[in-house]
Design a binder for this molecule. Structure first.
Ligand code: PD2
Ligand code: ZN
Length: 282
């Protein structure tokens, strides 16, 4: 039986490319749904080249910007972050994802949790339609924000992050603390603000786009609760004191920075997240 390249299949292939999925993963999905390899490759080549010829592929990507990063050029095992030597555990180039070890001491983790606990409320996410905030079923944690420089431990950590990631402290949003109980999760999302959403221009007035995220693990669950990067099949284990850093140089899925917090299966997970903006965050 020959396999037909239908208009629906062509449309699906174009959508996958537009969503930033690399050809290998599109091919893998097609093989998994029963397409023979030769037909799948031909369908992808024919569809994407004719799509490009029609000019539809000329859709402009947002321009790239400079992003924070640690100085890892000489593949160091440790980085001097001013008041603390931070361990480099894993480094991925594209997408840029770095796992750091021992970024925080146990005492700092405990202090942040103790300061946050009485101020927790059900987590809100930015309402992209309006630029305000809303409760969202994709995010079943509870959390709070510290203001920048609010206490000794917060100031110390902010200075350490600025030095580690070579990015001004003032470009950081206030530190956010999140608490996940068993069953709580954060479904995969991008941290940048979607340029096509109507609320985005308002959000950008406070310091431009988000360009990087660092998620720091303050208390580890017994099972589950890893930070997932579905586009690259990566799960970062939520080990206390460690952190995962990732950057995105344009607000677009081509950055492959889709990420989520997997459901906590046992125990409790506490994290601190710092989002870094292009410019001073007011
Ligand atoms: O808790 C996490 O692992 C997680 C996952 C995705 C945190 C965030 N996003 C975030 O704070 O942006
Ligand atoms: Zn996130």
């Amino acid at each position: 039986m020959t396999q037909q390249i239908t208009p629906q299949l062509r449309q699906w292939i174009v959508e996958q490319a537009q969503a930033g999925h690399p050809p290998e993963s599109v091919l893998k999905s097609m093989l998994a749904s029963g397409w023979t390899e030769a037909v799948a490759i031909e369908a992808m080549e024919a569809t994407l080249s004719s799509h490009l010829e029609q000019g539809a592929g000329q859709q402009e990507l947002p321009p790239t910007v400079t992003v924070p990063d640690a100085q890892l050029d000489e593949s160091p095992l440790y980085v001097d972050a001013g008041d603390r030597t931070v361990h480099v555990l894993n480094v991925m180039v594209n997408p840029r994802i770095v796992v750091f070890g021992s970024l925080l001491s146990d005492q700092e983790c405990d202090e942040l949790i103790a300061l946050a606990r009485p101020r927790l409320a059900r987590s809100l996410t930015v309402a992209t339609k309006t630029g305000g905030e809303e409760v969202n079923d994709d995010r079943t944690s509870s959390g709070m924000f510290f203001t920048r420089g609010e206490s000794d431990v917060v100031r110390r950590l902010e200075a350490r992050l600025a030095r580690l990631l070579n990015w001004p402290e003032e470009n950081g949003e206030g530190l956010q603390i999140l608490h996940y109980r068993p069953g709580a999760e954060y479904k995969p999302h991008y941290d940048y603000f979607d340029p096509v959403e109507p609320g985005t221009p308002t959000i950008l007035k406070r310091g431009g786009q988000r360009v990087a995220t660092i998620v720091m693990y303050l208390a580890e669950p017994e099972k589950g609760g890893g930070t997932t990067f579905p586009d690259v099949n990566l799960v970062v284990a939520p080990k206390r004191g460690n952190a995962v850093f990732f950057s995105y140089d344009r607000p677009h899925p081509v950055t492959r920075t889709l990420h989520g917090g997997a459901p906590v299966l046992a125990g409790e997970k506490w994290i601190a997240t710092k989002w870094l903006r292009e410019r001073r965050f007011e």
